[in-house]
Design a protein around this ligand. Structure first.
Ligand code: TYM
Length: 330
């Protein structure tokens, strides 16, 4: 049987965080040989918040460099930049007409972001989940590897697909999410009840994939924990649970192994140990990304080539969609 299709995206707004890596990118790499995968730097999503144009261009290419450095093969996977494939915008418009105002009003990320950017609550910010649904449905994706914070958006994409199929027959594959059981929600190091976000104004709250080892160590040493001084995974110990999750992923150790390792030790030893494990996890990725970022022509050629591959696949779905809704064929 032919391989199933995977689609996922990441915003090139700012530098990529350890949360993005653990929640999503790590799994993208893990499943790359078992599926036909499309991985996208979603620059059209990024402009829902004001961006510096020069930086956005650079960061879109930097995302492609980072994906390669994480271990994704740009020949085997289709890795590209969203705005280079115009069908995303075209399908998003069509799907807008099959999405309800009330559905979009319920999106928690919209509520959060419109509070954060209260001076710029633009229509794109509100409509963002429809563009995301278009990204996924355009390629008939079966599976979407994401972190926990994108679950609600994925559910909306499923609802839109089912609604459209209900009217026109089986046009879209209804996608499933793939959220890791451990690491689907990496928390801020400064406020461990909040998710780690690459745009957090507090630099100590987040680890970035390109952070220098010194910065990583400093941030982990400062990480907020609790006053119990016991390295155990337990309800309510948000800071420690988060550090244990990160340490477990960086070292491959289970929670009980970690508890045993730090049984008679305090946080003073645990926190730098997490830092060191993360430094080693990120070191090769950081070095390779920085190397690749110097090869702009190479990155550009990958983007151009893969955008063409993506566009050809997208066109298959678009032809069906145009016909179904009553557009005159080109
Ligand atoms: P974005 O760019 O915010 O994040 C990229 C991926 O990283 C995951 N993630 C996290 N996982 C665990 N812990 C965290 N603290 C954390 N922060 C982020 C996100 O869940 C995501 O999987 N709307 C999407 C991008 C997108 C997309 C798509 C994803 C656009 N179109 C189609 C999947 C399919 C977003 O803003 O992700």
């Amino acid at each position: 049987m032919d391989k199933k299709i995977v689609f996922s995206g990441i915003q090139p707004s700012g530098d990529i965080s350890l949360g993005n890596y653990i929640g999503a990118l790590r799994n993208w790499v893990e499943i790359q040989h078992d599926y036909h995968c499309l991985y996208c730097a979603v620059d059209m999503h990024a402009i829902t918040v004001r961006q510096d144009p020069k930086k956005l261009r650079e960061q879109s290419l930097a995302v492609i460099a980072l994906l390669i450095a994480c271990g994704l093969d740009p020949k085997e996977n289709i890795m590209y930049i969203q705005s280079q494939v115009p069908q995303h915008a075209e399908l998003a418009w069509v799907l807008n007409c099959y999405t309800m105002y009330g559905e979009l009003s319920r999106m928690t990320q919209f509520k959060d972001k419109s509070q954060k950017h209260s001076d710029n609550v633009n229509a794109g910010l509100f409509d963002y989940p429809v563009l995301m649904a278009a990204d996924i449905l355009l390629y008939q994706a079966d599976l979407v590897p994401i972190g926990h914070d994108q679950k609600q958006h994925l559910e909306l994409a499923r609802n839109i697909a089912e609604r459209f199929n209900g009217i026109y027959g089986d046009v879209f594959t209804v996608p499933d999410g793939y959220i890791p059981k451990v690491g689907g929600r990496i928390m801020s190091l400064a406020e461990p009840e909040k998710k780690m976000s690459k745009s957090d104004p507090n630099v100590n709250a987040r680890i970035l994939m390109l952070d220098e080892p010194d910065a990583i160590m400093r941030k982990f040493k400062r990480a907020v924990t609790d006053s119990e001084a016991q390295v155990v995974y337990r309800e309510g110990k948000h800071g420690i649970n988060n550090l244990m999750t990160i340490y477990s992923i960086a070292t491959g150790k289970s929670f009980s192994e970690i508890e045993a390792e730090f049984d008679d030790k305090g946080y003073g030893e645990f926190k730098p140990a997490v830092g060191e494990a993360v430094v080693e996890l990120l070191r090769p990725i950081r070095e390779k990304t920085l190397e690749l970022m110097k090869e702009k022509d190479y990155l550009m050629s990958i983007c151009t080539e893969n955008a063409l591959r993506a566009s050809a696949l997208a066109e298959r779905t678009m032809r069906k969609v145009r016909k179904k809704v009553g557009f005159v064929q080109r």
